[in-house]
Ligand binder design. Structure first.
Ligand code: NAD
Length: 261
């Protein structure tokens, strides 16, 4: 029998995980040895259940919690549910987000409020309630947000979306300053075009065929291709590892060289 004690399981929660980047991150974290809780809105319950089965097949524990991250009580209940069922919370990836295409000149206050409710307020609520739990546990933690290339440089026709993503970068930097003393790091990822249902719908909204859209992105990207959820999940995998304990407040571009910070 070996004297070596197995490390206790670490527990991660990924929001907006039913598809796209969040799904890719959840599967990567399971591969990295995390027990993984996955969230999305109620209409995506079936996709979440399929994801749970895939995580279990990787010999990790899984937990599903349908909730709307823009509603504070649902975020509080989600985190309490993760802690009750899996035993704590070491990592949160506040990935859930929405996009809206169109000139800000034509946008309504409702458009602004909805984008900010999910992208900005939802991220704030996930960061805040995860931080409370991590501080209480006293074993550090990792908080990750979902920014965008549009959160580093404003993008026309994605003006409201850009504004909501700039907010996430500011939140990340300031929260990192506050939480460092608790050994909690706070970072976010800033992808350019990653092939997901969100971008499929974006191409549709622009009236371009998806094949043509991704082909053009590949042509305009120095590495010659658009991104995949795995590209983003690889960055998250590093940021939540012990190797990244000195990295905090950063917004990591995942863009194939599209632009430089
Ligand atoms: P996606 O639309 O394919 O998936 C997002 C998921 O979030 C969906 O399953 C959706 O149901 C869920 N969601 C939406 N509102 C929610 C809410 N209120 N509560 C809980 N879940 C909710 O999008 P994606 O492309 O996988 O993007 C994931 C994140 O990455 C988003 O924050 C997005 O802004 C960001 N991002 C994506 C790209 C890209 O090119 N795909 C680029 C930059 C940033």
């Amino acid at each position: 029998m070996s004297d070596k004690q197995e490390a206790p399981p670490r527990i991660a929660l990924v929001t907006g995980a039913a598809q796209g980047i969040g799904r890719g991150i959840a599967l990567q974290l399971a591969d990295d040895g995390f027990d993984v809780a996955v969230n999305d809105i109620q209409p995506k319950a079936e996709q979440l259940d399929e994801l749970r089965e895939l995580i279990i097949l990787k010999n990790r524990r899984a937990y599903v919690f349908a909730a709307d991250v823009s509603i504070e009580m649902e975020v509080i209940e989600m985190i309490a549910g993760v802690v009750d069922s899996l035993g704590g919370l070491d990592v949160i990836v506040a990935n859930a987000g929405i996009i809206k295409v169109g000139s800000f000149v034509d946008a309504s206050v409702d458009d602004w409020d909805r984008l900010h409710a999910i992208n900005a307020r939802g991220t704030f609520l996930c960061f805040q309630h995860a931080a409370k739990q991590m501080i209480k546990q006293g074993r550090g933690g990792r908080i990750i947000g979902s920014c965008s290339s549009a959160g580093k440089q404003g993008v026309g026709l994605l003006t409201l979306y850009s504004a909501s993503k700039f907010s996430i970068r500011g939140l990340t930097q300031a929260a990192a300053k506050e939480l460092g003393e608790h050994e909690i790091t706070v970072n976010c990822y800033a992808p350019a075009t990653i092939e997901t249902p969100m971008i499929d719908a974006f191409a549709d909204a622009m009236g371009v065929s998806r094949t043509d859209y991704y082909a053009k992105i590949g042509k305009d990207t120095p590495v010659g291709r658009h991104g995949t959820p795995h590209d983003v999940a690889s960055v998250v995998s590093f940021l939540v590892s012990d190797r990244a304990s000195f990295i905090t407040g950063q917004c990591v571009s995942v863009n194939g060289g599209t632009y430089f910070d």
